[in-house]
Every structure is written in C-alpha cells, then in structure tokens.
Unconditional design. Sequence first.
Length: 117
Amino acid sequence: MLPDDREKLAALHKEFERWGRYKVVVQPGQAELVVAIRTGRQAMVGGGAPVTGPPLRTPEESLRIETATADDALLVYASSSLNTPLWRGQLARGLRGSPPPLFERFRSDVEQAAKKP
C-alpha cells in the first residue's frame, strides 16, 4: 500500500467511527463488510535487475507496470464475497477533504436504502 493510500485509509477509518453506523474491526474474520480504497494515479512502473544469473527468474527481478485511473475509488464488499463490490464510487479527488466526497456518497446511499420499506 502506498503512503498516500495509507493516509486516506486512516482518515476514512475516522469518518466511519464518527458516523457510528458500522464498527471498525482490525481482524478480517470479524468483518461483515470490507472497504477498499485507491487514490488516483496515472501510472506506476517498477522493476529490478538480477545481480547474477539469467534475467526474470524471481518476482524481485521482474518488471511491474500498472496503469490506473486518475480518480480516487472507494469500494465496499461483503466479506463473504470479495469478487463483486456491493457499492463502488469513483471521483477525482474523492478521498480528499473531511469528510471525503466518496465517503459522503456511500453514507448517503446507505441511509437512503435504510429508509426504504
């Protein structure tokens, strides 16, 4: 996890605690929902080269290229099914501010859904 993602996740943790609708837990086995975030970035490139031996023999020696949207993303999954998000939001600078706009959208959607019969 990149430092910017860590900072945004800590801020989001505080927002969930303030909201009080869900209890934040540390142990994944205790969670009913899993929240994932990603701060926006254009692209990442990383790599390594072996000191000796043939190239690209271990993961440390492989080239990694990642492209992504410049928008921030917030995804919420049921802990029993991490394949498809229950809720997904994506927005430029959506994880910045207090409270972050993506968190506000999620909270609004949850509260609206709770009002429906």
